[in-house]
Design a protein around this ligand. Structure first.
Ligand SMILES: [Zn+2]
Length: 312
């Protein structure tokens, strides 16, 4: 399914079920995506209905149309509680408290005034890209066995990229639907976000990657972005190396006291749009918070209300 971003597509999966189709992930909530789904519906689905909409995690490209698709087909949504609840909250939250939390987060990072103004004008970006997911859901938990088309799929819950990201592993088919948890070319964004400003998501992510390293070497991985691939264990080692290199870069960037804004500009040298700047700050802080928890970086709050970081 196309995405109107630099990352220009998302892979959605259609699993033949006993009495219809199970969809895995949905695409963004926009007219283009709805139009493509309507065309797929019209082309027939081999005359069989959608019986379940299973969603890996709350990000808009994955869960954005879950509400619409479940309405269209009167089908239930299956997801972890954490992902469903996060999507439900963010898609409906228009409170000043949420806006204030966002602005306070970027002010503490010393974002320049004009960028803060642009961010304030954007408002709740999540709600513009994701419709509210349905008010009811079927909960997926770590280790659940889900029968799809007579095959058993085991739920593996990953963390770090999102609260409780559901991956699906079918031993019989030798297939892992990895969502964004493990991607072949790019690494999934691991970020500290305004709603959990003291988070240590990189530790969560690296810890949760270990549970995938034990899957059989010949497993075919179906990622949400990029092509299906083999060599899961090697890819996990690459991703771990990438983050350890980024941890070294972050440590070097903190030789002198730096603000979040200075840090992201040291770690990301290419030009970034507004949205990418927030992602770059999230990623930079994920590495710095990891190092802070390990006692390798210290943080101070200045009289100006800005956090500064330095090597311990
Ligand atoms: Zn994602």
């Amino acid at each position: 399914m196309p995405l109107p971003f630099q990352l220009d597509h998302i892979n959605l999966w259609l699993l033949e079920d006993t009495d219809g189709w199970t969809l895995v992930d949905t695409g963004l909530a926009n007219d283009a995506t709805r139009g493509i789904w309507l065309k797929i519906f019209a082309d027939g689905f081999r005359g069989r209905p959608v019986v379940r909409v299973l969603v890996t995690h709350f990000h808009p490209d994955h869960m954005g149309l879950a509400g619409w698709l479940t309405d269209q087909w009167r089908a239930p949504m299956w997801a972890t509680h954490g992902e469903w609840a996060t999507a439900r909250m963010l898609s409906l939250d228009q409170t000043a408290a949420l806006r204030d939390a966002h602005m306070a987060f970027y002010r503490r990072a010393d974002f320049p005034r004009e960028i803060l103004d642009d961010l304030a004008a954007l408002g709740n970006v999540y709600a513009t890209r994701a419709n509210p997911p349905p008010a009811t859901m079927h909960r997926l938990r770590e280790g659940d066995r889900v029968s799809i088309g007579g095959r058993e799929w085991r739920v593996i819950v990953g963390t770090g990229h999102s609260p409780e990201h559901a991956c699906l592993y079918c031993e019989e088919a030798g297939v892992l639907i990895s969502g964004d948890q493990v991607l072949p070319k790019i690494t999934p964004i691991i970020g500290v976000w305004p709603t959990e400003p003291e988070g240590d998501p990189l530790r969560l992510y690296l810890d949760s990657l270990r549970q995938f390293a034990n899957l059989p070497e010949d497993v075919t991985v179906l990622p949400s972005h990029g092509l299906p691939f083999l060599g899961l264990a090697a890819r996990i080692r690459d991703i771990e190396h990438h983050h350890h290199r980024r941890l070294d870069h972050a440590l070097k960037a903190c030789a002198e006291w730096v603000t979040g804004w200075e840090l992201l500009n040291k770690l990301f040298t290419r030009s970034l749009d507004l949205h990418q700047k927030t992602f770059a700050l999230g990623e930079s802080l994920a590495h710095v918070h990891y190092l802070m928890k390990d006692g390798r970086i210290v943080r101070e709050m200045g009289n100006d209300g800005v956090f500064r970081y330095r090597r311990a």
